[in-house]
Design a protein. Sequence first.
Lengths: 488, 484, 95
Amino acid sequence: MSAPAKAPSGAAVDMEPVIGLEVHVELSTQSKMFCGCRNEFGAPPNTHVCPVCLGMPGTLPVINRRAVEFLCKAGFALECAVAPFSKFDRKNYFYPDMPKNYQISQYDMPLTTGGRVALASGKTVRLNRIHLEEDTGKNIHAGGHMTASEATLIDYNRAGVPLMEIVSEPDIASPEQAEEYLMALRDVLLYIGVSDVKMHEGSLRCDANVSIRPAGTTELGTKTEIKNMNSFKSVVAALEFEIDRQRACVASGERIVQETRGWDEVRGMTYSMRSKEQAHDYRYFPDPDLPPLSLDEATLARWRGELPELPAQRRERFVTQFGLPEYDAGVLTQSRADADYFEEAAAASGDPKQASNWLMGDVRKSLEAHGLTLSTTKMTPVALGELIAMVRAGAITGKAAKEVCEALVAGGGDPKAIVAERGLAQVSDEGAIAAIVDKVIAAQGESVAAYKAGKTKALDFIVGQVMRESRGRANVDVVKRLLAERLG
Amino acid sequence: MQTGHEIHDAVVRRERSAEEATKAALEAIGRVEPSLHAYITLLPERALAKARDVDARIGRGEQVGALAGVPTAVKDIFCLKGELTTCGSKILANFKPPFSSTVVERLDAADAIIVGKTNMDEFAMGSSCENSAFFPTHNPWDLEGVPGGSSGGSASTVGARSVPYGLGTDTGGSIREPASFCNIVGVKPTYGRVSRYGMIAFASSLDQAGPMTADVRDAADLLEAIAGFDPMDSTSVDVPVPHYASALRDDLKGVKVGIVGEFEESIAVDPKMAKLYKDAYADLGALGASFVDVSLPHAKYGLATYYLIAPAECSSNLARYDGTRYGARVDGAADVYAMFDKTRTAGFGAEVKRRIILGTYALCSGYYDAYYVRAQKVRTLMKQDFDAAFAACDVIACPAVSCAPFELGAKSQDPVAMYLMDYFTIPMSLAGIPALSVPAGYVDALPVGLQLCAPAFEEARMLSVAHAYEQSSRHAAKREPVVS
Amino acid sequence: MAEVPIDIAYISRLARISLTDEESARFSAQFERLFDFIRELQQLDVGKVHPTAQVIPLSNVMRDDALKPCLTQDEALANAPDREGPYFKAPRILE
């Protein structure tokens, strides 16, 4: 992938990509950032609007406390520092989807600074800041593509929805890492429940800053900003294209121009949006309609306390508290719902290790076979836990349990009832088993003789025959003991 | 004409019906409107319907609001649901808001009778009402004279004694100056005392709504009805609203009145004005007040400070007027940016354009620190001046204006001369403290007002001094307006 | 700082307002007079002074995340200079 560029001297130089991402996340509050309109995707146009979010004369914004709470919680989850003093600023520019022709955002005093995102591969990407702002309405270009349209149709339902802007440091080293970063971010935000982060619905949007530099150096090259990437795959494709484009520029001796470029999904290329940048002097100034924020320790502590245990901490706890292997703990904590399921099943079964084994093994196979997940199966964690407990207590054999598990995954129900219905209860009654043992010994004279002659494998065959005779229900330990008593 | 509280008392005692009082007000307005042009929109049906409702409820023995039955004029800067709210501008000439401002809602809740929307300088920018996009308003005390601005329409109709209650807004003097010019009482409350929700924004950190009334008692009643915390306005302050009327007194024993050296120097250039104010201070003294010399050393920077901060904020507040969602639009533009441009160019008057340009400039990167931020720092110094002054006195007395009402057209060609009209009123706006103008006599038969101001949230103190002065000097009653 | 004449053409583009040459010239002259006052501000020593952010200091003014009644589609569009069905309509966007 890395095409060596040619430095002016003619020697080939490896140019490495340097990527920073700006991610906008719509917060899943009930109401908008500065007014009481419903925050909901997909409603009929202009039905979730009021004088405030339409920017009518005389209207004023009032901060939604839940949006501030959600941003702080995201900040805690991403190890950011909450600023002791924070304010809102007006970003002034004209555009039809902007009801006031200024956006209320945060400029030089964002709500949080710093932070980090841990990628699955182990790399850490540092964050620069997270701030709050309001979303714009939506322009629809009547008649197709923007440059060919006849008119602009505008829906302001989205205007005023709370947005969290997460700005990373330029720590991302490849398009693949960018995707990892987005996935890790999405996982954390879903986990703590502040957004539904659906890129296809616009509740997660991403712009990228890309530059290249000679491998191993630290100085940053000229960067371009890439916009218009609508999926994780587009982000990867766009970054790949842009990196190659920049490398080709440098190789042919061209200068890279600092500009905004759009990703054209159809043609698979980035294109210059230079004309969009005519003198965007945003003339930021503190919004005189909004007093600043200076959140007290008690409130921050309360919000921090309300956070669910984060994936990394939970993973740790599964290892130390339940003795699970790292890998298992990792798989089980991939989603909050799965981790919750495991813990409930572990408690009901009294055996976390077994609960983990079952979930990672037979349950997973069954789910896959039926096209289900832990969230869609009718098998409750308590049912699974009871099943496991039944095996531990010797009420059924492991083999029978697999059958019951399959039934539970497919149709739910109570494990005890299923065992009774299908007559799967393990037989531990010595008398009953002894009868079968004696019967088999009598019938398998050759194997008995072989065993007595020293062929230990013959015993396995005899045990198998007893199990078959008992239709898998005999308690295998009792069988082995009785055989040992009889055969020596 | 009766004062507002007299009308209210009579209506509640059933000596007079609200309907009759409203009809009388509408007739009075009708008589003088051809000369004054104080109203952009008259609302006789709405007013009479409200009046009849008030009478019916009184008839049934029900409680009615504290302002029940009193005809009230509302500056066309306050949104009134379903009715034209133009802000004196062509760009909103057809705008009917789907909501009412909080202040209007409180008037309705108090059962005041809103009779119409009054004329104003466009977007509250001006000191003479000549910047209205529609027509100038005339001064009932001199038909060739300006009523002042930007709340000129409210000042004129109350000054003509057609209605006792008017509502205006004050950003740099736009209630106090017209009150002075029209021989009425005008109060700018503490910033944050009255909700700004639904009041079309000019300069967000300065704008305040306030009463413009026949007398101080009426101003107290009207202020009490509209003041108070509003959850829709994040800058409104949650401080209890006193019953201002009970603070009014008839003497000033024990009151320390501050006289500002710098202001007295300025007014001295006009001997007639200087004498009027000297006499006013003497009257305060005769009522028992003592005097303290105070200094506002940074007051002279007020104009520059104000004319950086206010235009900066307004350049942002007026960006929303672009022809997309409401208001006027110029058709036939090739693209949306051209539409913005054509609409705003045609829709805004010269003064508005001037301030938008100035304000945009002041916020530009490269100039922001030197202009806007610096002005906000000087503002802090001016606030500190007042804090120091009020450590030595209870209220400050000073001129409200530098001259009597001037002729229509006299200053309209010279914006900076017009800006200088705000010289005495700007510092209080920048400091956020309450201030008022109360009639103080006449110069060449034209009205002039005395300004009083007090520390933040001490409206009661300021109103009580004004009341004592008014009751003893009775300047407004000494003459009749030219039309009424 | 050194006095720089306002580039009125540039500023009016930013503000989406067109001025005639005559207006431009007139404004320029009027600003110059105003700047006589503004220049005096530059002479003040404000080094240690904080800018007034809020003239009456308030902080942490927030509301609960509760729904409030909003406008109907028709109410929202009632003042629209142009509409198409449920949308506000404006001329096309030319970048």
